[in-house]
Design a protein around this ligand. Structure first.
Ligand SMILES: Nc1ncnc2c1ncn2[C@@H]1O[C@H](COP(=O)(O)OP(=O)(O)OP(=O)(O)O)[C@@H](O)[C@H]1O
Ligand SMILES: [Mg+2]
Length: 244
């Protein structure tokens, strides 16, 4: 399969991960996500969606297996290069935001990538408007609601204009209007790949075409999102009852 590795996209081979003293969480995941694909990662609570996503951006070290991002093998020496390609939004926005104000959180990435303060501020101001946060630019995350923190964290990730976007439960804490707005924003982005972990099946079916069900450490189902969300017996079987 060596010829695959040089291709664009995300290519994962035999990924194994375990936390110390625990049973393995990821028990051999192999997967190819091609440029242009928007993919949902589904699975009941505690099945390893966040763990999987964090291994993809080098935040967690797998026991074995390979992760190729845009033809680059993820390893210690390529970590910075890989992170430049991938925008990752944590399940918990408190893990994302760490600057005194959200304006600084959003400009942090662009400044780190050597953009001028003027350009970084312009990018941040546009995102603050897009996410309805312009009034809160100078607030710390401790002065924001849960949904506002989520939007600020998403803005901070989008400020880097990543080629690949990995979002861990991005609609958590958002009201229906913002869930709809976020879907529109994601559908208009010029990113090459989006991978979204979500329990919000209806929402995720609007923004992805392909869905994976992670259970017992493996990808058990890989099919079109529409087919999966209409297949209530498969959803029930994997512990994902719809409309409850
Ligand atoms: N730091 C840790 N140390 C040990 N075990 C952990 C740690 N973090 C998570 N786990 C365990 O690993 C498993 C997978 O957790 P993970 O957070 O990846 O699940 P998830 O699918 O994202 O769940 P959710 O839908 O609740 O977000 C769970 O059983 C969890 O208890
Ligand atoms: Mg999770």
């Amino acid at each position: 399969m060596l010829e695959d590795n040089s291709q664009a996209g995300v290519y994962i081979k035999d990924l194994l991960f375990k936390y110390p003293q625990n049973e393995p969480v990821l028990r051999g995941i192999s997967l190819k996500i091609n440029p242009g694909e928007r993919v949902a990662l589904l699975g009941p609570t505690g099945t390893g969606k966040s763990t999987f996503m964090e291994t993809l951006v080098g935040l967690k070290q797998p026991l074995s297996g390979e992760i190729w991002i845009q033809g680059i093998l993820l390893e210690q020496k390529t970590l910075i290069q890989v992170r430049r390609q991938v925008g990752f939004c944590f399940q918990n926005p408190d893990d994302q935001l760490f600057m005194p104000t959200i304006l600084e959180d959003i400009t942090f990435g662009p400044l780190n990538y050597d953009l001028s303060p003027e350009i970084a501020t312009e990018i941040a101001e546009n995102l603050l408007v897009q996410f309805g946060l312009e009034k809160y630019a100078n607030r710390s995350i401790y002065e924001l609601s849960g949904g506002q923190k989520r939007l600020a964290a998403l803005a901070a990730v989008l400020a880097l204009k990543p080629e690949i976007l990995i979002l861990d439960e991005p609609t958590n804490g958002l009201d229906p209007l913002w869930r709809r707005n976020l879907a529109k924003i994601l559908l208009q982005l010029p990113v090459k790949i989006i991978l979204i972990a979500s329990h919000d099946l209806n929402w995720v079916s609007k923004v992805t075409q392909r869905a994976l069900i992670l259970q017992a450490g493996k990808i058990q189902v890989d099919a079109s999102t529409q087919n999966i969300i209409q297949d209530s017996s498969t959803l029930e079987y994997y512990g994902l009852p719809i409309d409850y």
